[in-house]
Write a protein of this length. Structure first.
Length: 335
């Protein structure tokens, strides 16, 4: 039984060999004080964020793409594997995607957590490589392909050629940082305290990276925000506009574009020409932010395209590695 895991800060996806993506749930674990096992994992646990009593804690085991709570991560992986592959399982082989900038200590933590969850062997694949494979880029060809994978905790920018990463940047800015930027903006400008779930709802409803040409409806759209007043502590309602949210998102979006600039500066001239000709591909949940491709294209002068299935690109790339697991093991052992 071979399994591929896109162990994301926001969501975890499982790919089972021969079956495709069988599970897509939030990376959240709800733990009751004093209990040895998790009270809830995944979708059920996410519903408890910001709404738990003192005896229950909703934990996100991954922060910035790496494990921040080892025991919760182990419990989450075990739960998801059992849910995806019910019944008796032989000890499985796993492919797990990790950010390109993780340290050796962080890599070992992911490997140990997967082994404790029942894996016989664990292979780690860097997220930008998996994203490029999942997006259908010709990673094995002698041609430069540039991918920008914007996940929940990290943004991975890489230029890939001949099956390897030539130059890359791993930036700890992603969907979570976008939500945090909205939370801070609403607190400063409107004196209103909101939770991370509300911030995410605002981002999805009216968030954008640039004015969308011809979409006057989005520009005029507003979002009713309910939260707690910072000064008096009483419930309060505020109307947010699309322009305000765009202003709030400006700083993290600029940080991602700066990482793209930095990666292009380090890219060999021949591969830069390939990227200029074939463009940059956006993957990950952040790629769904309206007009991000337009803003990035304007800043770099290079065409930018959103992958066909940006949310699942890393999991699909991981799945292609799983489908040819024996070849992957030969490559890893040779390396």
């Amino acid at each position: 039984m071979d399994i591929g895991i896109d162990l994301g800060t926001a969501n975890t996806l499982l790919y089972v060999r021969g079956q495709g993506i069988v599970l897509n749930e939030p990376s959240v674990v709800a733990v009751k004080e004093g209990a040895r096992t998790a009270l809830a994992v995944g979708t059920e646990a996410k519903q408890t964020i910001g709404r738990t009593p003192g005896s229950i804690t909703a934990i996100r085991p991954l922060r910035d793409g790496v494990i921040s709570d080892y025991e919760a991560a182990e419990e989450m992986i075990r739960h998801f594997v059992r849910k995806a592959v019910p019944g008796r399982r032989p000890r499985t082989r796993m492919v797990v995607c990790v950010p390109s900038g993780v340290t050796p200590v962080e890599r070992r933590a992911i490997v140990h957590a997967a082994q404790r969850a029942g894996a016989r062997s664990v292979h780690l694949v860097e997220e930008p490589m998996a994203a490029a494979i999942g997006a259908g880029l010709p990673v094995a060809d002698p041609r430069g392909s540039m991918v920008v994978d914007i996940g929940g905790g990290t943004s991975e920018v890489a230029v890939i050629s001949l099956g390897g990463i030539v130059t890359s940047q791993s930036l700890r800015v992603g969907g979570d940082r976008l939500d945090e930027a909205i939370t801070n903006f609403v607190r400063k400008e409107h004196g209103l305290l909101i939770g991370e779930r509300t911030a995410e709802d605002i981002k999805v409803a009216i968030g954008s990276a640039w004015p969308v040409p011809g979409d006057d409806e989005l520009e005029s759209r507003t979002f009713t925000v309910r939260g707690r007043e910072k000064v008096r502590g009483l419930p309060k309602t505020v109307e947010l506009t699309a322009r305000e949210v765009r202003t709030a998102l400006d700083e993290p979006v600029e940080a991602i574009i700066a990482a793209v600039h930095s990666t292009l500066e380090e890219c060999p001239p021949e591969l830069s020409g390939d990227v200029m000709e074939h463009g940059i591909v956006l993957t990950g949940g952040g790629a769904l932010l309206p007009a991000l491709d337009l803003r990035m294209a304007s800043a770099t002068g290079i065409p930018v395209f959103v992958a066909d299935d940006p949310l699942d690109s890393v999991a699909l790339g991981c799945g292609k590695c799983v489908e040819d697991f024996d070849a992957l093991e030969r490559v890893m052992s040779a390396a």
